[in-house]
Design a protein around this ligand. Structure first.
Ligand SMILES: [Zn+2]
Length: 179
């Protein structure tokens, strides 16, 4: 399965699936935006490799052209995914953040008014560390960015209470008026 996905060129492109992920209809692999970016970079690397071959016989030339075309094709897929209309993203109704002691992570659940939008994460987990939380601010899904803001708020509150030797709450619900 892993290998099938690795060998697949995702020739039919990738489609948006719930949770801000992109799926290949052929091998069913599910990538996040970073995964798609890595997939583009892999083609760029192969193309650069083909260009670094000094002896340029006809075969090498064909290989270079093919990799260049592949780079363009993958970039096009990436640009299209980046441009999925953001207007289609609904605002959540409520965000629930719970602290998972065992994992030392925040579990963020994003609730929408039904039906849940195609584009939109409903559950993310983030390490209970400021760096990890802040890294989500560049996430393509604005609702994940919103959840990261709320996780940061909750994280700050928890740390403050721990400092004061008070017991921090295990969870916190944020409603729409707090977004
Ligand atoms: Zn595929």
């Amino acid at each position: 399965m892993e290998n099938a996905a690795e060998n697949c060129l995702h020739l039919k492109g990738l489609r948006v699936v719930p949770g801000s992920r992109f799926q290949c209809p052929v091998c069913n692999v599910c990538l996040d935006l970073e995964g798609v970016e890595r997939w583009v970079r892999a083609a760029e690397k192969s193309r650069d490799g083909a260009y670094s071959i000094v002896e340029g016989d006809e075969f090498v030339q064909i290989m270079r052209d093919e990799w260049q075309r592949e780079v363009y094709r993958r970039r096009k897929v990436l640009y299209e995914l980046r441009n999925v209309p953001r207007a289609a993203i609904a605002r959540p109704e409520m965000i629930l953040i719970s602290y998972d002691v065992a994992q030392e992570a925040y579990e963020c659940r994003i609730f929408y008014k039904e039906p849940r939008p195609v584009w939109g994460a409903d559950r993310i987990s983030v390490e209970a560390a400021l760096d990890a939380i802040l890294a989500l601010r560049w996430h393509p899904d604005p609702n994940v960015r919103l959840a990261s803001n709320k996780a940061e708020e909750f994280h700050t509150l928890r740390l403050r209470l721990v400092e004061q030797n008070a017991l921090p709450p295990p969870r916190r619900v944020f409603y729409q008026n707090e977004f």
